[in-house]
Design a protein. Structure first.
Length: 318
């Protein structure tokens, strides 16, 4: 009996020592990862996370400007929010496209808070651009086409195990569309994105996202596919053409308008809106998803046929 007890005590001691060594190793790796990044000024905030300007520091004087997104301190200890943040990182790590903000790293800081390291975009979001004045029609078309290229890629993203498992953004909005001073257009913030398995849709278990850019089927908690994102694109195109918000009011009022009322045309708010672009905006805004373009690619093809379609590429924005 004494021998057995001694063996058990010895085994328990080894387990404690191994556990302590593992914790020390994990803590050291976390500290090393965190030391690679310097946090700068806060440049954005949302319901779940904060975004900071940051600097990535490497060997031999290597320095790169980045954006660092980390969970808000008030939510860091809540498992559900940690899972959402981890899911965002997992989805974003699969997205490699010129029109999508790149994710460079995902780790923890010394306080054990998760943070996401992303490429830094030197520019403004579309919401800030719209607040400064009108957007020319050719520029609006260019911005929308570039945004649609990103969504077309995400919606058809193949899965490593085979088959198509597209990613639906579910929160496309002017705040999540970044325009660089060099003329690049980048979709950001896949925090509410969901993976669509095969031909199935994604059910919106809870209504998330910005009501003013939310598709009617998303408001109703129905199955979603990429056409829900196209509706949000339609709202943004409408607003650039009309030079004013499409939806105004409380969340219930916005939902009532989207679900039950006929939407006005951009030309009712501003004279001189080209009929061809207006028609595409209204198709994107169809209440029934079956009446919208079937894919982002088809919407791009339609926009390229418009008389005001851009011919200078990034020159339209730079």
């Amino acid at each position: 009996m004494a021998v057995r007890r001694a063996l058990l005590h010895g085994y328990a001691r080894e387990l404690r020592e191994a556990s302590a060594a593992q914790e020390a190793s994990t803590s050291q790796r976390t500290a090393q990862a965190a030391s690679r990044y310097q946090l700068g000024a806060q440049i954005g905030t949302g319901g779940m996370a904060e975004v900071y300007a940051g600097t990535m520091i490497g060997a031999e004087g290597f320095v790169r400007q980045v954006a660092i997104k980390r969970v808000r301190s008030s939510l860091a200890e809540i498992p559900a929010f940690a899972r959402m943040f981890i899911a965002e990182a997992q989805i974003a790590s699969r997205l490699a496209h010129p029109n999508i903000v790149s994710v460079l790293d995902f780790t923890r800081d010394p306080e054990d808070r998760l943070f996401l390291v992303m490429e830094h975009i030197d520019g403004k979001d579309l919401a800030s651009v719209l607040a400064t004045g009108p957007v020319p029609t050719s520029l609006a078309i260019f911005i929308v086409i570039e945004m649609l290229r990103a969504l077309d890629y995400a919606h058809d993203l193949p899965h490593a195990e085979g088959g198509t498992r597209g990613v639906i953004h579910r929160d496309v909005s002017p705040q999540n569309l970044l325009l660089s001073y060099e003329g690049a257009v980048k979709v950001s913030d896949f925090g509410l994105a969901k993976v669509r398995v095969a031909s199935d849709g994604v059910r919106s278990e809870t209504v998330r996202g910005k009501p003013s850019y939310m598709a009617p089927e998303q408001m109703a908690g129905q199955l979603l596919d990429g056409r829900a994102d196209l509706y949000a694109v339609g709202v943004m195109l409408w607003e650039m053409l009309a030079q004013q918000p499409l939806y105004v009011g409380t969340t219930p009022e916005i939902m009532a308008q989207a679900l039950f009322k006929d939407l006005p045309r951009p030309s009712s708010a501003r004279r001189g809106v080209p009929a061809d672009v207006e028609a595409i905006a209204m198709r994107l805004l169809a209440r029934d998803p079956d009446h919208r373009p079937a894919s982002a690619e088809l919407a791009i093809e339609a926009l390229l046929q418009c008389a005001d379609a851009p011919r200078d590429g990034r020159g339209e924005l730079a």
